[in-house]
Design a protein around this ligand. Structure first.
Ligand SMILES: C[C@H](O)[C@H](O)[C@H]1CNC2=NC(N)=NC(=O)C2=N1
Length: 114
């Protein structure tokens, strides 16, 4: 883990992720979770997810596009699902089929868009 305990995760950059590195342990993932308000651990935990609420479809769609643009810029990509009034965003790290600090950095950056 390279982030210091008080570092603003949103200010960090995703490190290139190589296969073979260990996924965060459940305890390490739980320890990072308070630093990304609104997000929840899922499936193991091997991913992190948050659903954002909007007053209509157009604003949910516009948010999904902004998240997508951020992901392209950072080289770490969300899975996105949106519909009338919501946009659900999830991250995990494919090469390790689990969570990496990069997923939490992206979650913090997405919070900054909301
Ligand atoms: C080759 C490419 O850099 C990798 O596949 C990247 C692309 N975007 C990614 N996005 C996410 N969320 N996890 C990854 O492991 C990932 N890997």
């Amino acid at each position: 883990m390279s982030a210091t305990p008080d570092a603003d995760l949103a200010a960090l950059r995703c490190e290139p992720c190589r296969g073979g590195m260990p996924a965060l342990t459940p305890d390490a993932a739980r320890a990072l979770l308070p630093r990304v308000p609104g997000w929840a651990l899922k499936d193991g935990p091997d991913r992190i997810e948050r659903s954002f609420a909007f007053p209509d479809f157009a604003q949910a769609q516009a948010f999904a596009v902004r998240v997508g643009d951020l992901c392209e810029a950072e080289g770490h990509h969300a899975e996105l699902r949106y519909g009338w009034g919501f946009c659900a965003v999830s991250f995990w790290t494919h090469k390790i089929n689990g969570l990496h600090e990069n997923d939490f950095i992206m979650a913090a950056k997405v919070n900054g868009l909301a």
